[in-house]
Structures are given as structure tokens and as C-alpha cells.
Design a protein around this ligand. Structure first.
Ligand SMILES: NC(=O)c1ccc[n+]([C@@H]2O[C@H](COP(=O)([O-])OP(=O)(O)OC[C@H]3O[C@@H](n4cnc5c(N)ncnc54)[C@H](OP(=O)(O)O)[C@@H]3O)[C@@H](O)[C@H]2O)c1
Length: 304
């Protein structure tokens, strides 16, 4: 890959429509700000209506040439995720999808869909959004410029154990372990989706942004000691622009043309954890996820 500063000269970014989830703070917002001067249209998804409004207003002011749109949705919920997908399909094109949304919940809870909420946000509903948007990503692509899906992963996936009862929630529930497991599932999906998309003009890759100074460790954490430790240690983490630059590299670098099913750490292609590339476990997870989301197990897509 080219150095970060060169990525912004990428021809891929020019005149594209890109959707970013978790775009009202942290790495997602910094990614949106980084690519705003180059893309044609940005679709931003956020959880908080006031933040979404403030963020889109900011982009209107700072990037008057940009076609900017925002939507508020709780991506823990399948109904809200479906609404985001329907909204995104009202735009004529989609060239890039950045599944950046992520959360760490220190308390176990099931969503109204009956799925443990951290697993729902960090994995299950990312599958839903990606699958529903896939036909539009395909129809917006051509062989010279495939559409690109980016999964914001984490080194944490390499510390996960084989998946067991994550859909229902681990027992006992441990926030960090659930985070690792959700990132492993997301990595398995990346590898499996890339395999199924082979020969089609859509790529999917994952990256770890590295330790980055954001609020992810404190937003949904009630334990004052954990909050204090995260706040203290995150002072030594990289600023959001550094984490976002790694997302932008994988999304936009011209050298990513044709690369699919890859994982990047510190901007260098690295192996996924062996568990993420186990074909039997990946197929089992794929099938169960499709069944729970009432999606067909086979991709319904064809080249434009
Ligand atoms: N920070 C790190 O050190 C680090 C390291 C490795 C990987 N990552 C990954 O990087 C990605 C971005 O995280 P971050 O560090 O930038 O944290 P962040 O600032 O908390 O960003 C997460 C984003 O997701 C949104 N979000 C959370 N739950 C949501 C929900 N239920 N529905 C809709 N949106 C929701 C948040 O909305 P609000 O703006 O309303 O809070 C926020 O915009 C995540 O996938 C994370 O796992 C981060």
C-alpha cells in the first residue's frame, strides 16, 4: 500500500458514494472528514439524532461541494438496520461501505431480536446491512473500479476462542471476551464473503486501526475503575486521524485494486487469526447468521 498521505491522491475515491456507519464520533467521523474533499456523496449513519444533525451540518459548512446525508439508527436492531439499508438504496449509486460501527457493553443484554447486543452491533447487523446493500454495490461497480467493503476489525479477534453461544450471549458474560468473539465473527464473515464474491466486482477487506484515542471503552461501561483505566491509557493511544488513515488506505488506496479477503494491521497485510479462516466454522456461522436474519444462504448477485 502507498503511504497514508499518498492515499488521498487515489483515483478510486474520486466522485464516489460511500456509506460509513458509526460516523458521528471517533474513527468513523475522522474517516468521513478525511475523504470528504474527494468523494461525491457521503452517507453517514449515527445513533444519536442530535449528533447526526450536528455532523451533517458541519459537513455542509466545511465541504459545500459534497452531497452529504445522514440517518439516525440503532444498529443493534435489525429493524433499524433494515431502515438504513432501504434509505441507502434510495440513492442511485453506492461504491463504498465502511462497517465501522462498534461498541463495548459491560452489561449483558439481549436486543428485541433476541441477540446479545454487542454481538448484534459488532457483527450480526453488519452482515444484514452488507447483504442488503450488495446488489447496489455490484450495480455501481465495473471491472476497472470494483466497489469496496471495509470491515473495521481489531487485533482483538486474534485473541478470541472458537465461537459457542455468542448469539445468545456468553455465560458468564465478560465484555472484553464478547468483543473479541464479535470481532472474530466479523473476520470470519469477511473471509467467507470475499470467497463468495470471487470473480464479482466487489471486494471486502478488514483492518485494525490500532489503539486509538476514542470513547469506545467508556461509553457503555458503568464500572468506574474500567472507565478510569480506559481514560488514562487512551491518553497514550494514537489520535483518531491516525486510526482513520488506516481505514482510508484500505478503502481508497489504488493498490487495493483487486485485493479481497485481506486483513491489515499497522497498514501491513497480516494473516487473520487461524480461527477466522476455518472453512467449516465459517460456513456454520454464515448459515446460522443468514437463518437468524432470514436472508438466503446463497448470495443473490450477478455481475452488472
Ligand atoms: N479505539 C480503538 O482503540 C479501536 C481499536 C481497534 C478497533 N477499533 C474499532 O474501530 C471502530 C470505531 O470505534 P471507535 O474507537 O472510533 O469508537 P467510537 O468513537 O465509540 O465509535 C463507534 C461509533 O459507533 C457508533 N455506535 C455504537 N453503537 C451503535 C449503535 N447501536 N447504533 C448505531 N451506532 C452505534 C457510535 O455512535 P456515537 O457517536 O453515538 O457514540 C460511534 O459513532 C469500532 O469498530 C472499533 O471496534 C477501535
Amino acid at each position: 500500500m502507498a503511504p497514508v498521505e499518498k492515499t488521498m491522491e487515489s483515483t478510486w475515491l474520486q466522485s464516489r458514494t460511500v456509506l460509513i456507519t458509526g460516523a458521528t464520533s471517533g474513527i468513523g467521523l475522522a474517516t468521513a472528514l478525511a475523504i470528504a474533499p474527494r468523494v461525491k456523496r457521503l452517507l453517514l449513519v449515527g445513533r444519536d439524532a442530535a449528533l447526526v444533525a450536528a455532523t451533517t451540518d458541519r459537513f455542509h459548512r466545511e465541504f459545500p461541494q459534497l452531497d452529504i446525508h445522514g440517518i439516525t439508527a440503532d444498529l443493534a436492531l435489525q429493524a433499524d438496520t433494515g431502515r438504513v439499508a432501504e434509505w441507502a438504496l434510495t440513492f442511485p449509486e453506492l461504491h463504498g461501505l465502511v462497517n465501522n460501527v462498534g461498541a463495548v457493553f459491560d452489561q449483558k443484554a439481549l436486543t428485541t431480536d433476541g441477540i446479545e447486543r454487542q454481538f448484534a452491533v459488532n457483527y450480526v447487523n453488519q452482515v444484514l446491512l452488507t447483504r442488503v446493500l450488495l446488489p447496489r454495490l455490484l450495480s455501481s461497480a465495473d471491472a476497472q473500479a470494483p466497489s469496496r467493503i471495509v470491515m473495521v476489525s481489531s487485533l482483538a479477534h486474534t485473541r478470541a476462542k472458537p465461537l459457542t453461544t455468542e448469539f445468545a450471549g456468553l455465560e458468564p458474560y465478560v465484555a472484553l471476551m464478547t468483543y473479541r468473539q464479535s470481532k472474530l465473527a466479523q473476520a470470519m464473515f469477511t473471509v467467507e464473503l470475499a470467497r463468495r464474491l470471487r470473480g464479482l466486482p466487489v471486494t471486502v477487506n478488514a483492518l485494525c486501526p490500532g489503539f486509538t484515542r476514542t470513547g469506545i471503552g467508556t461509553k457503555h461501561t458503568q464500572n468506574a475503575i474500567v472507565r478510569w483505566i480506559w481514560s488514562l491509557s487512551s491518553r497514550f493511544f494514537a489520535p483518531v486521524e491516525v486510526g482513520a488513515a488506516k481505514v482510508v488506505q484500505v478503502l481508497a488506496d489504488d493498490a487495493m485494486h483487486g485485493v479481497s479477503g485481506a486483513y491489515y494491521e499497522k497498514s501491513v497485510q497480516s494473516p487473520f487469526a487461524p480461527l477466522a479462516t476455518d472453512p467449516i466454522a465459517s460456513k456454520t456461522l454464515w448459515d446460522e447468521t443468514c437463518d437468524r436474519l432470514k436472508l438466503p444462504r446463497e448470495l443473490e448477485c450477478s455481475t452488472p
